[in-house]
Design a protein around this ligand. Structure first.
Ligand code: UDP
Ligand code: MG
Length: 326
């Protein structure tokens, strides 16, 4: 526990990645405004990261920023993806604490005071654990399976069912900024930084307007990033299966020799042979692919490209590209 409770409410940055969310922005700002004025303290900032929207979202935010000094816009030079946009928010946040949330109102702004309460209790990382997802049954089952899998395979114990929605203290933000890997799985990195962390249950609402900007491929990519960036179990499986195959062939060799020498049988089994060959060739190709995943990731990191590039930062400061070599 922190020794003395902060006497005054700290200033919050609300970091929001935006990709074609024009229909959600007015309602989002309205609800955030209500929550933040309830909360007191400040000055707070609404830090929007426009991830290359083509529907006028960035222009809407620019207009809103002229009327409301709390609103800031970091505009990326193209669409870099959700995780990169979140990273830009982490890099540009100025508040004492940073809340990361989606623009589509699936993350209810009304949960923010609960995060702040935990923060004031001394937690440096507060994250939402999703209960009652309002998504399709199939997608829900996939999510459940993925979180279950990654919780078991990962070298760091990642909390199940937590998304990016949550609060980070300034220290946690600074720690997160040290992680510049390209295939990002922010909720995993957040666990990695340590400090006192707590998860609170928050209902995940349905999207306010529009459809998911992720798409199935995006989700699969994120899941693979989570898996490969936080676990080497997939490669180890190759060793395990290899040992298993060697053990199996040993036993079979003994049987074959016995059949040949003692029973005087000529070994038969063309079908078995083909099946065994095809099976093992399949296993080898599979693990070649898995190793390829890791090699590809090494290649990506070796290139050292920036995680995102800013077009402009709407707060008078110089644009700050994401390629920091810390
Ligand atoms: N988003 C983004 N870049 C992208 C895709 C999404 O900045 O390439 C933003 C999007 O505007 C939203 C958040 O990331 O604020 C989460 O996206 P979405 O709601 O589509 O994901 P889902 O909730 O379906 O996982
Ligand atoms: Mg969403």
């Amino acid at each position: 526990m922190r020794q003395e409770a902060p006497t005054e409410m700290t200033s919050l940055t609300i970091g929001i990645p935006v990709y074609n969310e024009i229909d959600n922005l007015p309602e989002l700002v309205r609800r955030l405004d209500a929550v933040l004025s309830e909360l007191g303290g400040g000055p707070h900032e609404l830090l929007f990261v426009d991830d290359g929207s083509a529907d006028g979202s960035a222009e809407w935010i620019e207009g809103a920023a002229e009327r409301d000094p709390r609103i800031r816009l970091v505009r990326l030079s193209r669409n870099f993806g959700h995780q990169a946009a979140l990273t830009a928010a982490v890099d540009h946040a100025r508040g004492d604490a940073l809340v990361l949330m989606d623009a589509d109102l699936q993350d209810a702004p009304e949960a923010i005071p609960r995060f702040v309460a935990e923060y004031e209790r001394g937690y440096e990382v507060v994250y939402a654990i999703r209960v009652a997802r309002k998504e399709g049954a199939l997608l829900r089952a996939c999510y459940r399976l993925f979180y279950w899998l990654i919780a078991r395979l990962s070298d760091t114990p990642l909390p199940e069912g937590s998304g990016d929605f949550g609060l980070l203290s300034r220290r946690a933000v600074e720690a997160l900024r040290l992680h510049r890997e390209h295939h990002r799985y922010l909720r995993g990195l957040r666990t990695l930084i340590g400090f006192r962390q707590v998860g609170i249950e928050v209902e995940r609402e349905a999207r306010h307007a529009g459809t998911s900007r992720y798409g199935f491929r995006g989700l699969v990519r994120l899941a693979l990033n989570g898996l490969f960036a936080f676990s080497v179990v997939p490669i180890r499986l190759a060793t395990l299966i290899g040992l298993f195959a060697i053990g199996g062939s040993f036993v079979y060799a003994i049987y074959v020799l016995w059949a040949r020498l003692v029973l005087q049988q000529t070994p038969q089994g063309f079908t078995t042979l083909i099946l065994a060959m095809v099976f093992l060739a399949g296993v080898q190709l599979l693990f070649l692919g898995i190793i390829g995943e890791y090699v590809g990731r090494i290649y990506e990191e070796a290139k050292g490209r920036p995680i995102y590039i800013t077009d402009k930062v709407e707060d008078g400061t110089e644009p700050r590209p994401g390629a920091k070599s810390v």
